[in-house]
Design a protein. Structure first.
Lengths: 173, 268
């Protein structure tokens, strides 16, 4: 069963440009991208990302043990957005950048923290797919929680439909 | 890097171009006069992943333009899909070809995995349906088509249209109109066979493939969000459509960014 993500080039550039901005105190920025599901053959799924939400500077919390920590207001906003997106089964994807080239993976902090956020998003948007997307400087990886699933599924491929057409494939695929 | 000198003559496309091309999944809907040219060129260039659709078999009247078809294919009732596959495998033995001898609407899911779709179909309605699918599942759509007008003094015309998600669509560009769709609907089943010849199809297909290679590799740096080129077969010219000259919109009016993925029935 193939699972992939697509987004257009303008959205990809918007995300990378926003996340590259220095924050007054956080070591990195995070954001949210909205996405909807499409079906592929053999019960495969394509997630189509369609817009980005930049987290305001004042919704970050100072915490030197992590690259970025967002406050309850940012999380509340995310949960409300998912709640309002229920009629169209719109899901939310936490996004950030690892500043190296090549395929990237979840850090220990990513693994620990993202599952808490996903639990919250699933509680208000059960029929949608949610997840985490991590871009590197020239690649991208993602893990998604399909509706009613407690464990994440690693995305096989992220495609950027712009010019050039970037296809970030999971190694070993 | 996939090879050494096979693509040395197209190295100007960029150092990563071979990999970008090899990773891109291309769809070709319609493998007749236009589609057969496109498939041949894509295989030469190095594309490795294909999704193909055509429900037809080779007929005698196809041999004036169907690239790869031979006289014996008429007797053998070879499918156009088979001709396209043989063309691809002959040039790219390791290519992955997902081919369907059906209408694409009967099995649309495989098409959704594409990054670029070439529409080489006959009617406006089918073009419109393909564009809708490409917008919903985020794929570049490149449409080609030709026609011959008039009997006393025949005029060969054609178009190449690029419709990318986030850019202007075929209606915004003035190619697809409600009048054309209505006129076609009124002629349903009575349009008759349209004149088709090999060289205009070659011009249209080559221009379309050129747009695709530019999109995939960005070798020109143009990054065009849309294109509508008009072919005049009598003058042997390809020019930007006059409908784009006075266009004063920057965003598509017909396909909102949020309208992606499987349609969802919303209860009121």
């Amino acid at each position: 069963m193939k699972t992939e993500i697509k987004l257009i080039g303008n959205l990809y550039n918007q995300v990378l440009q926003d996340l590259a901005r220095p924050h007054p105190f956080a070591a990195e920025r995070v954001g949210f991208v909205f996405g909807r599901m499409g079906t592929l053959t053999d019960r495969g799924i394509v997630i189509l990302l369609n817009r980005y939400h930049s987290i305001p500077d004042n919704q970050y919390i100072e915490d030197s043990t992590v690259g970025a920590r967002i406050d309850s207001e940012a999380i509340t906003w995310a949960m409300q957005a998912v709640y309002h997106g229920r009629p169209t089964r719109e899901g939310l994807f936490h996004v950030h950048v690892h500043g190296h080239k090549g395929e990237t993976g979840m850090s220990a902090v990513d693994s620990r923290e993202i599952s808490k956020i996903i639990l919250g998003l699933q509680s208000v948007g059960r029929a949608a797919v949610h997840g985490i997307i991590i871009f590197s400087l020239d690649h991208g990886s993602s893990w998604v929680w399909l509706p009613a699933c407690k464990e994440p599924r690693r995305i096989d491929c992220i495609s950027v439909i712009g010019s050039p057409v970037w296809v970030f494939e999971r190694e070993g695929n | 890097m996939l090879s050494t000198d096979r693509y040395s003559r197209q190295s100007f496309l960029g150092k990563d171009s071979e990999e970008l091309i090899a990773r891109c999944t291309v769809g070709v809907v319609g493998l007749g006069g236009g589609g057969s040219h496109i498939v041949q060129q894509l295989a030469h260039i190095g594309f490795q992943r294909y999704v193909l659709y055509d429900a037809d078999f080779v007929e005698n009247s196809n041999l004036n333009r169907l690239v790869g078809a031979r006289d014996i294919d008429v007797l053998a009732e070879t499918s156009k899909l088979h001709i396209a596959k043989m063309m691809i495998y002959g040039l790219q033995p390791k290519a992955f070809v997902n081919g369907f001898a059906t209408r694409w609407q009967e099995n649309p899911e495989p098409l959704r995995e594409c990054h670029i779709v070439f529409g080489c179909v006959d009617g406006y309605k089918e073009r419109h349906e393909l564009e809708i699918t490409c917008r919903r599942y985020l794929m570049h759509y490149i449409d080609i088509g030709m026609d011959v007008h008039g009997k006393e003094k025949p005029v060969i015309g054609g178009q190449i249209v690029l419709s990318s998600p986030g850019g202007l669509c075929m209606k915004c560009m003035g190619f697809l109109t409600e009048e054309k769709l209505a006129e076609e609907a009124a002629l349903y089943g009575n349009a008759g066979p349209r004149p088709q010849v090999v060289w205009p199809n070659g011009v249209l297909a080559s221009t379309a493939v050129g747009l695709a290679v530019d999109i995939v590799t960005d070798w020109t740096g143009t990054r065009r969000p849309y294109a509508y080129l008009v072919y005049d077969g009598n003058k042997a010219t390809v020019k930007e459509s006059a409908t784009l000259w006075n266009i004063n919109i920057s965003a598509c009016l017909h396909f909102p960014d949020s309208e992606v993925g499987d349609p969802v029935l919303i209860e009121l």
